[in-house]
Write a protein that binds this ligand. Structure first.
Ligand code: ZN
Length: 143
């Protein structure tokens, strides 16, 4: 566990058409030296790549959605993985018939338009470390 006293900065970001959702947020964080934070975004994607983590097989199962979709909700956090800002985000998407899809967001979510709030927190609080039990890179805390 870690306690955070305050938010350092709140950034409003328009993500560019045809950009990759996760990569563009990570690139922005690298450029602006944002190491720890959380985010939310709404908007639309041209296509999406989401996944589901199978807890027994310890493996992500990918799903490509090759159609325009609304971003109903996208929530994520930013922490350091291999000393670089890493975005872990989950997303709910809706199609023309308002059917929804949801899961872990992967690179390959291509933006049509998206409005993103990034809440930058104090630095050097979290980093990711491989966890044998889950097969995932989970939060580890700096002392
Ligand atoms: Zn996830």
């Amino acid at each position: 566990m870690a306690k955070i006293e305050k938010i350092k900065k709140i950034i409003c970001l328009n993500l560019k058409k045809d950009s990759d959702l996760l990569k563009s947020i990570e690139n922005y964080c690298t450029k602006e030296n944002i190491k720890i934070g959380f985010l939310f975004a709404i908007g639309a994607l041209k296509e999406a790549k989401i996944s589901y983590y199978d807890q027994k097989k310890k493996k992500y199962f990918l799903r490509f959605l090759k159609k325009p979709l609304e971003i109903v909700s996208c929530l994520g956090n930013i922490s350091l993985k291999n000393n670089k800002p890493f975005v872990h985000a989950h997303i709910t998407l809706a199609d023309r018939k308002n059917n929804t899809y949801g899961g872990h967001a992967n690179e390959g979510c291509i933006v049509f338009a998206a409005e993103c709030f990034i809440f930058q927190l104090e630095d050097n609080l979290l980093k990711r470390k491989f966890n044998e039990e889950t097969g995932l890179f989970l939060w580890d805390f700096f002392n």
